[in-house]
Design a binder for this molecule. Sequence first.
Ligand SMILES: [Zn+2]
Length: 340
Amino acid sequence: MASRKEFIAQSACMMAGYFVFAKMHLHNSNQVMTVNGWMNADKMGFTLTHEHVLVDFAGADKIDPSRYDAEEVFRTALPKLLSVKEKGCKTFIECTPNYIGRDVKLLKRLSEASGLTILTNTGYYGAAGEKYLPAHAYTETAEQLAKRWIAEWENGIDGSGIRPGFIKSGVDNYPLSAAQKKIVEATAITHLATGLTIGIHTGNGQAAMEELRIIQSKGVAPQAWIWIHAQNETNRDVHMRAAKAGGWVSFDNINNDSVPSCLSFLKNMKDASLLDQVLLSHDSGWYHVGESQGGNYNDYNTIFDKLIPAMKENGFTEKDLQQLFFINPSRALAVSVRKK
Ligand SMILES: [Zn+2]
């Protein structure tokens, strides 16, 4: 017969097991899903929310991992990741979707070798004239597409055991095509089943507003949605409308040339007390499949080297930087079902 002490220990274990089970199945947490599994969102640290390691623009009908040497990509990407880690980055959100070069095993290796936390994604990208949508995206319903993405969440991606940390999709300018509307619907269905945040590459502000309408019509709260490439829209009223609704407005094209326009977007959002809905990143990288040695692989350092110093000169405080690079990414990406 078990002693009272053992009984208490066993009960505690069972309770702990129950809470793990509950957390996995309720999907409401303050945790993010990395290529190495669950992690507390408050451990993310300084986060770049939109970057790339490997991209292949061959098209959904031609793409194949045999088109590149993963070892060469690893050797090319690692110094760039180590360099930005040295600058203070701790978490790196890799936004390359399936059919454009998502390679989750490569990302896991790079995460382990660099010490950076990396998140990958599920979902389909319908922008760029739908060149990266597989044929079944046209024949299947939103529910059927969502089922495929939910399966990646539940079982891991392509037998790797590596699970997506968010949903990545893409649409062009307004009006959305039938296929684009359907994949946005599929992101909403997937969100409700998984709690994964929805990031959508977006042509313009009107398209962003249409995305918001679609996900809300499916019962998803704007808090679960990231408007990727919000800088494409120059009408700041639309940024503010999205942020006031609770959506995440991502200015993610930061490079030497765009620092002044980014500063101007940021000042506008700060004046409207909306910095707590903004995400910033470079959309940089990447090893370009099809080019010799991967072509010109840009680094991820401009935010550290140029933007942050410029922000400080323009009156942005340490608290603003904490909000933008630490707090917002962890709130945006924590796995949690957000219902309207
Ligand atoms: Zn991108």
